[in-house]
Design a binder for this molecule. Structure first.
Ligand code: FE2
Length: 379
């Protein structure tokens, strides 16, 4: 609700591209999650405010029934923003007394409530991501907030760190779990991975470094790109990261604070996996695997591991050995997306602080770059 506060009802309506969702939809869908998986499933006598919302605000849960098509979320001028806010209030009114009455005996309910909170945190980040894109396509270069957080520059000079190699533990550690600690099912089971000796950059790649790649003809040299990446560059006429306005040192970038001069010391942001991979190849390095990243974050002082930008890894998004999705419709949360995507590690300036952890596995298709993504090198 606070994230939506600086926006008008018109701002909350727009769906600027198929990948993004209107802010109004995020507000409704996050409350739909609590209604569907908790009140609707477990609260006897609960009556929905509007039966149609079950369909309108279902994102991708086939186990729940049909859903409104994602690319058409922006066409939902009804329900109004006011109606959606009433929907949220209705769920809150029913949810809080019901939850209080449950106590903490029912582990299945506690788990679903924690999932609902973490789901809502994910959508808080998605709201910032989507509204940034939505404002960026407006020629008036709107400002979301004058004090919006920007990814911070590193404070230390870049060095190559050498974490230990060999067999290392990967995944969320449930043995040291405290009450309220949470992980998604895709971070389990904890297992061992074999790391060959490697080095990892102490900080993220900067705009200055990325500009060197551009000035050296990085976007025009097919030899630096994966085949799909080169096709993507050609087909879309790509010549800079997503929010750059121009492709030279004096360029401006679009931010949540509106248009700002390019900060050369800031980490390069809003790049696709293809761009991260090509840049890494140009430097003579590579992207880390997700296992190298996780082990490094736990054992050597990585700057900007969290709170700056999500970091593309070279790892395909696959199940860990022995992975089993949660039971019921929420089992669709992660497992069914394990094809055609790459893992990103860390967390970004848009991620709620309590949401970041070293075992967290974010994932996107390799051409996506509206998320707060960046580059950390390895070799
Ligand atoms: Fe969702």
């Amino acid at each position: 609700m606070q994230i939506a506060k600086p926006l008008s009802a018109e701002d909350c309506q727009v769906q600027a591209m198929a990948d993004a969702s209107p802010i109004k939809w995020h507000l409704a869908h996050t409350t739909w999650f609590f209604e569907t998986f908790l009140l609707g499933a477990h609260s006897r006598g609960y009556k929905p405010l509007n039966e149609a919302y079950k369909y309108l605000f279902n994102s991708y849960y086939n186990g729940v029934g049909d859903k409104h098509p994602r690319p058409e979320r922006g066409l939902l001028s009804r329900p109004s923003l006011e109606d959606v806010l009433d929907y949220r209030a209705y769920i809150d009114t029913h949810f809080e007394p019901w939850l209080t009455a449950q106590g903490t005996e029912r582990n299945d309910i506690v788990d679903l409530v924690l999932l609902g909170f973490n789901h809502e945190q994910q959508h808080q980040e998605l709201m910032l991501t989507d509204l940034k894109y939505m404002l960026s396509v407006n020629p008036l270069t709107p400002i979301y907030a004058h004090n919006a957080a920007l990814p911070l520059s590193a404070t230390q000079a870049m060095t190559w760190l050498k974490p230990s190699a060999g067999l290392v533990d990967i995944g969320f550690d449930q043995t040291s779990r405290n009450a309220g600690d949470f992980c998604f099912d895709n971070e389990l089971p904890r297992h061992q991975a074999l790391l060959h000796p490697y080095q990892i950059a102490s900080r993220l790649a900067t705009n200055a470094e990325y500009l060197e790649f551009m000035n050296d003809g990085g976007y025009r040299d097919h030899a630096l790109w994966l085949a799909d990446g080169w096709d993507w560059v050609q087909r879309n006429g790509i010549s800079s990261p997503l929010y750059w306005r121009g492709n030279e040192a004096g360029a401006k970038t679009f931010t949540l604070r509106g248009e700002l001069p390019l900060d050369l010391s800031a980490p390069v942001s809003h790049v696709s996996f293809f761009e991260a991979d090509a840049f890494a190849r140009w430097t003579g390095a590579r992207l880390p695997t997700e296992f190298e990243w996780e082990h490094a974050a736990a054992s050597v002082p990585l700057e900007q591991a969290h709170g700056a930008l999500w970091q593309w890894t070279a790892s395909a998004y696959l199940p860990y050995p022995g992975f089993s999705p949660a039971r019921g419709a929420v089992g669709e949360y992660n497992g069914k997306f394990m094809n055609g995507q790459y893992v990103l590690r860390g967390s970004s300036v848009a991620t709620p602080v309590s949401h970041g952890r070293n075992s967290y596995r974010n994932f996107f298709q390799p051409d996506k770059r509206w998320q707060f993504t960046g580059i950390r090198l390895a070799k």
